[in-house]
Each structure stands twice: as C-alpha cells, then as structure tokens.
Design a protein around this ligand. Structure first.
Ligand SMILES: [Zn+2]
Ligand SMILES: [Zn+2]
Length: 261
C-alpha cells in the first residue's frame, strides 16, 4: 500500500470494518451475536443454538448468517449443547461458515478473501494435528454433514486465511447492523450512547472504548491484511469496538512511500 499524499504521525490512513467476524477456534459455548459466554438457559427459537437473549438471537449477525443453516439441520445433525463449561468443537465451524456465507451475497468481501493468503501447505506440514482437527470439525462438518454447497478447498482457504490474517476484535452490539438502519446512532457505528444490555440491569457507557465485559472474536480485515509486515514499521492499527479498526501513521510517511506495520 503506497501513500498518495504526505501523512503526519497520528494521521488516520484508513478505517475498516471486518468483512466477517467469528468466534476463536477454541471456545466454550458463547452467544453467536455478542460472543459472550452463555449458560444454556436461552436457545434461539429458529435454530436451537444457545444464545444470551432474544435480542441477540434476532440480530442480523446471527439471523442472517448461520441461523438459517442450523435451522435446516435435522436429526443427529441438529445442534445440541449440554456442557457450558468446556470448549465445544461446534464453535470451530462458525468463523469459517460466516466467511463462506459471503459467497454470492457480498461479492466484494468474497473477492477480497479470495486474494488473501492461506499458507495451507505450510500449515498442514507444520501442525498436522491441528490440520486434522480442522478437517474433521470444520471441513467434514460443513460439507459432508451439513451438506453445504462449498468445496473442501474453499473451506480450507477460509480457515487458512483467518489463521494467517485475522485480528482480534471486540463486540458491544450487533456488528452487522448497518449505519443506515433506522435506530443506528447518528454519529456512526463506533460511537454509542448508553445502552441497556439484556444480560444485566447495569447501564453501560462505552464511547467506542473496549470494555472488559465485551465479547471477543476474530475478524477478517482485507485492507489491513494487505499492509506489508516490516521490522521498521511506520503505521499501527488500533482496535475499536464492533469490528472496526483504524490504521494510523506512527512517523511521517512521504507521498509515494509504502505503509507498513
Ligand atoms: Zn448475546
Ligand atoms: Zn438461530
């Protein structure tokens, strides 16, 4: 990425929201919208997956993505979770599935992911155990058990691109909600007023800051992934809430110079 104008230290180079956000590879049961831990007391009435509240189960981040897939699963393949303390392999498939669901729906997001590296041959050689787990719990689960219309290569590509390129991100709300939605805040998606959570009576003021109680996951950021990695960095990224990242200059970057982390 090359600067087209002179940039001063602290200047914003770009701001980007993740094209896809999902849980970490290993996680105990969490709500698929806010990514916070769940107890199993509430299940989505469409797909039966544990969520934290009706608000989260109806949010676009879940309802427009994997909810439809799991609602269509019947019999032995229906999602049923009983242990809410231990890591559950079901969650390993979610981040990959959300990337795959961009195909045919978000052409620019899907195209950006196709250009991201997955280092799959290195990953398979360097950690064959982890590779085997991914084949069983993600590739086989999505393609063979759920019968989804993706090739094994497509599933392995999204698994790899996340392992190579994903950044940690925190969520305070439904990250899929667009700024154009009726009740979206006037100041844009990262500035928010006080909001009441359904998990607690507590009223929270976030102001776009990361809170300890937020849910955490990993996001795919195609622009950030395009930045070259360098020992002599001239830019840094700052994680904002709800899958937004800022990239700012750390030194003077002259026009026509490349920007690096
Ligand atoms: Zn939730
Ligand atoms: Zn659901």
């Amino acid at each position: 990425m090359v600067a087209t104008t002179d940039i001063a230290p602290g200047d914003l180079i770009f701001k980007e929201q993740a094209v896809s956000i999902g849980p970490f590879h290993d996680t105990p049961p969490i709500c698929l919208t806010c990514l916070r831990r769940v107890s199993g007391r509430f299940l989505c009435n469409e797909c039966g997956v544990p969520m934290c509240s009706s608000r989260c189960s109806e949010a676009a981040a879940h309802r427009q993505l994997e909810c439809k897939v799991f609602a269509g699963q019947r019999g032995k393949n229906k999602v049923e979770i009983s242990d809410f303390k231990a890591n559950n392999p079901f969650y390993q498939s979610i981040a990959a599935l959300r990337c795959l669901l961009l195909k045919g729906k978000d052409e620019s997001g899907w195209a950006a992911m196709q250009s991201m590296v997955d280092h799959n041959s290195d990953r398979e050689r360097e950690d064959p155990e982890h590779w085997k787990i991914c084949q069983h719990n993600i590739v086989r689960y999505l393609v063979e058990l759920c019968g989804l219309p993706y090739t094994k290569e497509e599933v392995n590509h999204v698994i790899g691109l996340m392992e190579v390129n994903a950044f940690e991100t925190n969520l305070t709300a439904d990250w899929k909600k667009k700024a154009t939605d009726e009740d979206e805040e006037e100041n844009g998606p990262v500035e928010r007023r006080e909001e009441k959570t359904e998990n607690s009576e507590e009223t929270l003021t976030t102001g776009g800051m990361v809170r300890e109680r937020d849910g955490w996951g990993r996001g795919v950021f195609p622009l950030l992934a395009m930045l070259n990695h360098s020992c002599a960095s001239n830019a840094r990224y700052i994680s904002l809430a709800d899958g937004w990242m800022e990239c700012r200059a750390t030194v003077v970057i002259s026009s026509q110079s490349p920007s690096f982390f």
